[in-house]
Design a binder for this molecule. Structure first.
Ligand code: DC
Length: 222
C-alpha cells in the first residue's frame, strides 16, 4: 500500500522539529528528523578522527539507524543510543560541514527512502522535498527570520550556565544557513511545489494548528 509522505524543509532553528512532532502526533504519522542522521554521521567521523578523503571507506562500517520507541525517534551508532550526544554545538557545526560531502548524502539517501516507503511519515530536513522525496504528497518549506530563530534559541539556552551571547547564536545561525544554502550537493532551497510557511510571528501552538490544517486540506485535494 502506498504510504503518505509529508516533506518539511527549512533552515536550522525555524521550529521544524517541535512543530512536526506535534503535527505528526495529531495525524498519527511517524516523525522523522533526518538532521539526526547527519549529526550521527558527524559524531561517527569525529570520534574516529576520519580525514575527508577516507570518508567513503569509513562509512562502510558506520552502522547508523533510527529506532522508534513509543513513537519517539532515537538514533543509534551500532547498538549505542547517541540521541543525546549529537546535540552539542560542536556536532552541529561538524554536521553542517560533513553534510555537504556527496558520499555522506548518498550513504543516508536509502535509509531515508526506506523509512518513507514503509511508514506514513512527516520527514524534516533540508532536501526532503527536492531530493529525497520529490513525489511527497505535501511539501512544506518552513522558515522564520534569522533574528527570531536566534531569539528563540537564546530563550531556550538562557537558563543554562554557559549560555552563549545572543550575537554569537545569531552569527552561528547565519553561518549554518549560508553553508546549507550554498553547498553544491542538495542545497537547502524551497521546492517549486512546496508551500511556504513562515513562523516568525507565530508561537508553537499556533504554528502546529495552522500546519495541521494546511496538511489536511492539501491531502484532501485543497
Ligand atoms: O536539522 P539539524 O540542525 O539537526 O541538521 C544538522 C545538519 O545536517 C545541518 O547543518 C544540515 C544538515 N542536514 C542536511 O544537510 N540535510 C538534511 N536532510 C537534514 C540535515
Amino acid at each position: 500500500m502506498k504510504t503518505v509522505n509529508i516533506a518539511i524543509d527549512g533552515p536550522a532553528g525555524a521550529g521544524k522539529s517541535s512543530i512536526a512532532k506535534k503535527v505528526s502526533a495529531e495525524l498519527g504519522y511517524i516523525y522523522v528528523d533526518t538532521g539526526a542522521l547527519y549529526r550521527a554521521v558527524a559524531l561517527y567521523l569525529t570520534e574516529n578522527e576520519t580525514a575527508d578523503a577516507d570518508i567513503p571507506e569509513a562509512l562502510k562500517n558506520a552502522d547508523i539507524s533510527l529506532r522508534f520507541v513509543d513513537g519517539e525517534q532515537r538514533v543509534y551508532l551500532g547498538n549505542r543510543d547517541v540521541s543525546g550526544l549529537i546535540r552539542t554545538p560542536a556536532i552541529s557545526m561538524a554536521a553542517s560541514r560533513t553534510s555537504a560531502i556527496p558520499a555522506v548524502r548518498e550513504y543516508l539517501f536509502e535509509t531515508q527512502k526506506k523509512i518513507a516507503r514503509e511508514n506514513n511519515v512527516i520527514m524534516d530536513g533540508r532536501d526532503i522535498g527536492t531530493v529525497v522525496l520529490p513525489d511527497a504528497d505535501v511539501k512544506i518549506f518552513l522558515t522564520a527570520s534569522a533574528e527570531e530563530r536566534a531569539n528563540r534559541r537564546f530563550r531556550e539556552l538562557s537558563e543554562k550556565p554557559d549560555c552563549p551571547a545572543y550575537q554569537e547564536i545569531l552569527d552561528d545561525i547565519i553561518k549554518r544557513d549560508y553553508n546549507d544554502m550554498h553547498r553544491e550537493t542538495a542545497p537547502l532551497k524551497q521546492a517549486d511545489d512546496a508551500v511556504l510557511f513562515d513562523t516568525t510571528s507565530m508561537n508553537l501552538e499556533e504554528s502546529s494548528e495552522k500546519l495541521t490544517e494546511l496538511i489536511r486540506s492539501k491531502l484532501n485535494g485543497g
